[in-house]
Design a protein around this ligand. Structure first.
Ligand code: C5P
Length: 415
């Protein structure tokens, strides 16, 4: 990670003192920090101590003529591989959400085209406030990575989420973000000319015109994968069940509801070089969907009591068994609560896919922002450490690009 540089914005919170340790830990790994300390930040750490540790001039003021002559704020905002806001206070995040530019830190955040990582720390009530949560959701939507704070005793004596994450975890996230940016910079269009088909989200199987069977899939991992593949230059078709996420702007988006429509949309999108089947497809559907709303008093409850289900098509198995137009690389998902790898390996054979991304969903993975997966291929398995779902998606895009360069993990031998 040598020769990397971050721009560290130190906000005004009691956790600001930990930014000093962060600068030192990053320096040990060859990552240089250029720092901005906000006015409130200077109440907690002095520019002198920040400068001594970072061995660089520290920037504090938007209207400092000397600073502007040396390095204008626009140039400053683009002078790093990553901008890290640590601690990211509720105030700084609110300003960034609204696009305010009334001091050096907020102006820098508005003027940059560099990836931004926010590391929040604040009182638990401030963290839980609807305004803060709304701002964080918006920042994430705008492409900013916001780490989740730790939970525990706070400096103010309260208890709950809002503590700055431990410094080694912040360092790990910074290294992951820098590695991701480097691989994109090294080859931004590594999947150009490839067509990737991605399924995501749940399916909805109608019972009657107003009711359906479905599941809790958030679609987040599938949407991140579609985005990462599109960012890597692929043409992406994203076939998705109903979720609360906005589709990435650079994909062809096909919304569907029942599994049979998902299969039809996938078949219509072929040929594709890559198929990533992330959707949580309902295994069963009601044998018949009533064309009128079922009513208890019309005796329909009896019918509901003996609801007959039939099996849905297996989209992954159908596409991976195609004689004509089988995508070159077929990747399935396996969400398990135990014996994850063993089940994934069986699924790989049964569904004839090339790779399986296996994840243990016994914890807080489903619907969350992080994932801990194992890439299971015919000849090996690779356990990836726990990381954000966007990072899992970028890493998978890297592996897929390696496959097309002839360097990736093995794929299934022809039958
Ligand atoms: O068999 P299981 O549902 O655990 O398999 C999960 C994998 O199969 C996922 O990749 C999912 O998208 C895919 N699948 C499918 N069609 C189904 C059921 C699962 O494509 N009917």
């Amino acid at each position: 990670m040598a020769d990397k540089r971050i721009l560290l914005i130190i906000g005004g919170g009691i956790a600001a003192y930990k930014s000093l340790e962060l600068i030192r830990e990053l320096g040990r790994r060859g990552i240089a920090s250029r720092c901005i300390v906000t006015r409130a930040g200077q109440e907690f750490v002095t520019p002198l101590s920040v400068s001594a540790l970072s061995c660089e001039k520290v920037f504090t003021d938007l209207f400092d003529l000397d600073d502007e002559a040396e390095m204008g704020h626009i140039q400053l905002s683009r002078s790093a591989d990553l901008i890290v806001v640590c601690p990211a206070t509720a105030d700084l995040m609110a300003k960034a959400t609204a696009g305010l530019a009334n001091d050096l830190a907020s102006t820098t955040l508005l003027a940059t085209d560099t990836p931004v990582l926010m590391v929040p720390a604040m009182n638990v009530r401030m963290w839980e406030h609807a305004a803060t949560q709304r701002n964080i959701a918006q920042l994430r939507e705008d492409g900013v990575t916001v780490m989740d704070p730790d939970e525990g005793a706070m400096a103010c004596g309260e208890f709950g989420p809002g503590r700055l994450p431990e410094v080694p975890n912040i360092v790990a996230e910074i290294e992951a973000q820098l590695a991701a940016a480097a691989s994109v910079q090294a080859n931004p269009s590594r999947l150009r000319g490839r067509h990737a088909l991605v399924t995501a989200g749940p399916t909805r199987e109608p019972l009657d015109p107003v009711r359906f069977l479905s599941n809790h899939s958030s679609g987040r991992q599938g949407y991140e994968i579609a985005k990462a593949l599109a960012d890597a230059g692929a043409k992406v078709t994203l076939v998705s069940g109903p979720v609360e996420l906005a589709p990435p702007t650079n994909v062809d988006f096909v919304p569907i509801e029942p599994a049979r429509d998902m299969l039809a949309a996938c078949e219509a999108a072929l040929p594709a070089d890559i198929f990533v089947s992330v959707a949580a497809v309902a295994d069963w559907r009601p044998a018949q969907a009533a064309n009128k709303k079922l009513k208890v008093k019309d005796g329909d409850a009896d019918a509901a009591g003996t609801l007959k289900l039939v099996e849905n098509p297996d989209i992954l198995a159908t596409l991976s068994r195609k004689k004509k137009h089988r995508p070159d690389l077929v990747i399935g998902f396996a969400a398990e609560t135990h014996d994850v790898e063993a089940y994934a390996r069986k699924k790989l054979k049964r569904k004839r896919c090339d790779w399986i991304i296996a994840n243990d969903v016994s914890g807080d993975i489903m619907g969350g922002r992080e994932n801990e997966v194992t890439l299971v291929t015919p000849d090996r398995s690779e356990a990836w450490s726990r990381m954000s779902k966007d990072r899992v998606a970028e890493k998978l895009a890297d592996r897929i690009a390696e496959h097309f360069r002839g360097q990736g993990p093995a794929v299934l031998a022809a039958e």
